[in-house]
Write a protein that binds this ligand. Structure first.
Ligand SMILES: [Zn+2]
Length: 864
């Protein structure tokens, strides 16, 4: 750490009003080469201060150096160069940019840029440098992706600047500090403080720098290969990392095997954050951070859902140690190089670590999730230019994560896993410790095959889903005609013409064929000697396209072909989507759902029930009872057999099915037997809180709340205030959000504004449970009436996402109301405009969908 000389004190003025937004990118003329950063942090205090020394290279003489800082007060700035000291004045350019202005131009060359500064430690959000109180103690943490390092110190805050960092933290002597690298030494200071110095890091972009300060507990998990592995938890809770510690080594080992190289960093610490907003975990090299609810569980709370979630997220974050950390995207437009890969690799590794969970079908979930967004005209491309903070904030979406995952899986299937893996290893080797672009990756995978590179880019460089019409003709030799266009739900207009180069595998009774469809339309001679009984145009569901079979062909295929589970999942999701585009009557999709709800595989039942689920917004005023009957027919017997309580004899599939669907049957399916059981169990729990285990508690309480009375509501409010356990509080808050009686629904919303409750906890546990129009309506009214008070209690980054809560509305009128209310209120919140635009498109499409399928739905409900 460098000592500061020549202090010039001044205050930063309030933000100037700028007519034209300044460019997001920093000028390229000044390059950071390394950082020495010293910060003084006492988590009990709301502010921090520090000194930073940045080795810089100036390509040309200049009077100004621009870097990033947000709400940082710079008290001195000096550039030391060739024995000279040049003092600068710091001036805020906008909320992201800071200009250091020198009295006269400083020459080109290398120097040390030294600043002293101070800033605020946020106690509301979980971005930048923030602090949280847990069990009576304050802790300080960081979350810098994407552009929040600048809230902690002045920095060249772009991913392309990947350099070594040497960090020292001055903290109260009784606390502990952790960071990306190991501690090299601790020095006792006066006033009960100490300085903790860390090893210099390998090259890191600023968004991956991380540290934590507090009275931590540590679970030492020994070594994985040569890497020391530890879990960092709030005081007294190390034992809750037991499951995480037991599973992490095999995840690391399998990743090392896939990449053919050791874990790239000197140590692996995994740290729990008490509460996070808008993210679950973060891949900081050597110090992965996790929302505590995903990482920690008491022995009795290690439910199958907890275990699956932890392994899936840990595999994702550890895959990032290679994809993202070791090789980093050059700029945020290629964020998919991080997130698509980590999602694809995370599911692959989870499937290996715990084969009994059958995560190989995770690609189908990703495909379905992605396509639900990608059908919109407002959908982003996988590779989307990022020129402002708005477009960056909206880049962390299901296109970047899930579409990217599904597209990678499609090309992996088409090329073969070995060839794909060789490409991944080539990519890692040629960009070791550096930065790379999407083009670099595609080149490494294609390995000189221009057709393949161009096919890949036809999916990353344009938005949308190919709609593939599949026609079998048997007049002469059996021929399949394939024609592509863009898949669009009814009500979408004026989409640009698109053409993809689609890698497909087609199967008929005579065998499989690989085809690369590069034209709008092509014919394919099938190997069958006579007219085949069926043709599968998307083998194993691996294709990122929606096949549309000519009349009768789909049902022949579903009946006669021996379809894999992945194929069934793709067909069921396609069937639902084709009701939106008008290619399939809703009644046909609902018949399929009823049929496959009885399937022996849990994943298929999930997909079938998802079709029923998506019908809810389309219902007319008098169709609730018929819809309840439909749920009963599809799932009633199974739900009652599962019941509400976890049983020792249950399989993991039983537990997952119960957690996901029994509440739905009880609510939408109006199941009186289960409702009565829920009430009885909830009353017993109020008398004796240990009477429900963690696997059953949330489900029982929510179920009892659906038609619960004021007495039960008040009892839950008393219980949530007294509970010291965040997991239990989350279950209770989720129940409070489920009361159906209008006065109690309103009372639940008023908890958001009560000083006795943490709105962040309520938002995390209950906000997405609007299962019907009345609940959505009541929630919207409350938000409209109290928006200013809500935004005072939540960090800005959470406000931008509010329109998403109301994307389940289904009328043009509601779309207009949502638009009118949020447009002026979110104009200044990063990402707000994008979330609003997509939510409005969803609402308007739903209105068209409801009208288009009304007759089919009514006919189906009255005849079943
Ligand atoms: Zn990620």
């Amino acid at each position: 750490m460098s000592r500061m000389i020549g202090l010039i004190l001044f205050w930063l003025a309030a933000l100037p009003v700028v007519a034209q937004p300044l460019p997001m990118r920093l000028p390229q003329g000044v390059t950071p080469m390394s950082y020495h950063l010293g910060l003084t942090i006492d988590p009990d205090q709301p502010s921090h201060h520090g000194e930073i020394s940045i080795a810089v290279n100036l390509q040309a003489a200049s009077r100004t150096i621009r870097l990033n800082a947000t709400d940082i007060k710079v008290s001195s700035a000096v550039l030391e160069m060739a024995g000279q000291r040049y003092r600068a004045t710091a001036k805020v350019a906008d909320n992201n940019l800071l200009d250091l202005i020198f009295a006269k131009p400083v020459p080109a060359g290398q120097g040390e840029l030294k600043m002293a500064f101070s800033g605020q430690i946020d106690n509301k959000g979980s971005q930048g440098l923030f602090r949280q109180k847990e069990g009576g103690d304050w802790y300080a943490f960081t979350q810098f992706e994407a552009t929040s390092a600048r809230r902690a110190f002045p920095v060249f805050d772009e991913p392309g600047w990947k350099v070594p960092w040497t960090l020292a933290l001055t903290i109260p002597a009784k606390l502990m500090a952790v960071a990306n690298t190991a501690v090299v030494k601790e020095v006792a200071l006066a006033n009960g403080m100490k300085r903790v110095e860390f090893l210099t890091t390998p090259p890191l972009p600023s968004y991956l720098v991380a540290f934590g300060v507090g009275p931590f507990d540590i679970l030492d998990a020994g070594k994985v290969g040569n890497t020391p592995l530890r879990f960092i938890t709030p005081r007294g809770r190390a034992s809750e990392a037991r499951y995480a510690a037991s599973m992490t080594p095999s995840i690391v080992t399998r990743l090392e095997t896939y990449f053919g190289m050791a874990y790239p960093y000197g140590k692996l610490d995994v740290m729990a954050l008490p509460i996070t907003l808008n993210f679950g975990a973060m891949e900081n090299p050597g110090l992965v951070t996790f929302a505590a609810r995903i990482l920690l569980a008491k022995p009795t709370a290690e439910t199958v859902n907890f275990k699956r979630r932890f392994v899936e997220v840990q595999a994702h974050e550890l895959a990032h140690q290679w994809f993202g950390d070791y090789v980093t995207m050059a700029w945020w437009d290629d964020l998919w190089l991080n997130e698509s890969f980590a999602s694809w690799m995370g599911d692959k590794i989870t499937a290996q670590v715990a084969p009994e969970w059958r995560f190989e079908t995770g690609t189908q979930n990703a495909r379905a999730r992605a396509m639900h967004t990608d059908r919109l005209l407002s959908a982003r491309r996988i590779h989307q230019p990022v020129s402002d903070v708005e477009s960056l904030e909206s880049a962390f979406d299901s296109i970047t994560y899930s579409k990217g995952q599904a597209v990678l899986a499609m090309f992996e299937t088409w090329l073969g896993a070995d060839r794909f893996q060789a490409g991944v290893r080539r990519y890692m080797a040629s960009h070791a410790w550096g930065n790379a672009t999407g083009d670099d990756f595609v080149a490494a995978i294609a390995d000189g095959d221009a057709r393949l590179a161009s096919a890949f880019k036809s999916f990353t460089e344009q938005a949308g889903i190919p709609r593939l019409s599949v026609t079998l003709a048997c007049q002469g030799e059996p021929t399949l005609t394939l024609s592509q266009s863009r898949f669009l739900p009814k009500g979408s207009v004026a989409a640009p013409a698109s053409l993809w180069q689609i890698p497909m595998t087609v199967r008929s009774p005579a065998g499989k064929m690989q085809v690369l469809l590069t034209e709008a339309s092509a014919s394919l001679a099938l190997p069958d000697a006579t007219c085949p009984a069926w043709v599968e145009a998307n083998v194993n569901g691996a294709g990122y396209y929606r096949p549309v079979y000519s009349a009768g062909e789909l049902s022949k295929l579903m009946v006669k072909a021996n379809l894999s589970v992945s194929e069934l999942l793709a067909h069921l999701d396609d069937a639902q989507a084709l009701t939106e585009s008008g290619d399939l009557p809703l009644a046909d999709a609902l018949s399929l759902a009823l049929q496959y709800a009885q399937h022996p595989r849990r994943e298929v039942v999930d997909a079938a029930l998802d079709i029923l689920n998506k019908v809810e917004p389309l219902l007319g005023a008098n169709q609730g009872a018929a819809y309840a009957d439909l749920w009963q027919r599809a799932f009633g017997a199974r739900a009652r057999a599962l019941g509400l309580l976890d049983r020792a004899t249950d399989s993991d599939d039983d537990r997952l099915t119960r957690a996901r669907w029994v509440e739905r049957l009880l609510d939408i399916g109006r199941d009186s037997a289960l409702r009565a059981q829920a009430k009885e169990l909830a009353q017993a729990w109020l008398r004796q809180p240990k009477s429900l285990d963690a696997a059953s508690r949330g489900l029982v309480l929510r179920s009892a709340a659906i038609d619960g009375d004021k007495g039960f509501f008040d009892a839950l409010v008393r219980a949530v205030v007294l509970s010291p356990d965040r997991a239990e509080r989350a279950d209770i808050y989720s129940a409070l959000a489920r009361f159906g009686a209008p006065d109690l629904a309103l009372a639940a919303q008023q908890l958001w504004l009560s000083p006795q409750h943490d709105i962040r906890e309520i938002m995390q546990s209950g906000r997405d449970r609007h299962s019907n129009e009345a609940a959505r309506e009541s929630q919207f009214r409350f938000v409209k009436d109290n928006f200013a008070a809500i935004s005072k209690r939540l960090p800005k980054e959470s406000m931008a996402r509010f329109p998403q809560f109301f994307a389940g509305f289904c009328s043009a009128k509601k779309a207009a109301e949502v638009e009118q209310f949020f447009t002026p209120r979110l104009a200044a919140d990063e990402g707000g405009a994008s979330y609003l635009k997509q939510s409005l498109e969803r609402i308007r499409l739903c209105a068209v969908y409801r009208d288009a399928q009304h007759a089919s739905l009514s006919g189906f409900l009255s005849s079943h």
